[in-house]
Write a protein that binds this ligand. Structure first.
Ligand code: IMP
Ligand code: MG
Length: 210
């Protein structure tokens, strides 16, 4: 057997082992208990492994498009802090990061007004900007962001999101990189909260039907 095929065999075995490890971790996660945050109950929905695969996929797609320049990733706080952190670890080429704080959610419903609480503190003229969102729901936040970046004369303005609820979208907006499409139900975990709670969960939970 040549060195090459030995190596291929090892890669294949490692790949199969990691798939079966990830499958068993997913089964363990799906068997986890219902959790309570404030007055609501939530059931296990998306495992940490699925989230990691999705972020790695988006990072690879962005890197394919922009590895020959230095893009600026703009994380939308509060929700996107975990996504940005993992995204940066998967993105191997030169890049910069910045944050903006916007808010449109109160409790479990999106308000139509998007407020900017912390603004961008640097000039992005001529730069490629990739906005990184935790989730796109109505799309109101992205419309407000697009408006904001219109005045900045950027080279490219792209949008990446870990989660996307297509049924909730009320704006005509193009999302360039989508991690996972999900139904229009409220979720928590991996940066997403219900009235401040749940952001520290490694996995994502969905609101439990009564
Ligand atoms: P949009 O402006 O309606 O698209 O909402 C964007 C923001 O609302 C997201 O960045 C989240 O912070 C929040 N959001 C939307 N859907 C959910 C959810 O299911 N759980 C928690 N937060 C959410
Ligand atoms: Mg957000």
């Amino acid at each position: 057997m040549s060195v090459g095929s030995n190596f291929d065999l090892k890669v294949q075995i490692n790949y199969r082992l990691s798939i079966s490890k990830s499958l068993s971790l997913q089964i363990i996660f799906k068997k986890k208990k219902v959790i309570q945050l404030h007055d609501k109950h939530f059931v296990p929905f998306i495992s940490a492994q699925e989230i990691d695969f999705a972020i790695a996929k988006i990072a690879a797609l962005v890197e394919d498009d922009f590895a020959d320049e230095i893009p600026v990733f703009v994380g939308v706080l509060n929700g996107a802090f975990m996504v940005v952190s993992d995204f940066m670890k998967h993105y191997k080429s030169a890049c910069e990061v910045n944050f903006i704080k916007l808010t449109s959610y109160e409790g479990m419903a999106s308000t139509n007004e998007v407020k900017q609480l912390i603004g961008l503190d640097r000039d992005l003229t001529g730069r490629t900007v990739v906005v990184i969102e935790d989730i796109v729901d109505t799309g109101n936040t992205l419309v407000a962001l697009k408006e904001l970046f219109k005045q900045q004369n950027v080279k490219h303005f792209k949008i990446a999101t870990l989660f996307f609820k297509p049924e909730a979208l009320v704006n005509n907006i193009k999302i360039d990189y989508v991690g996972i499409r999900i139904p229009n139900k409220f979720i928590v975990g991996f940066g997403l909260d219900y009235d401040g709670l749940g952001r520290n969960l490694h996995e994502v939970y969905q609101l439990k039907e009564n």
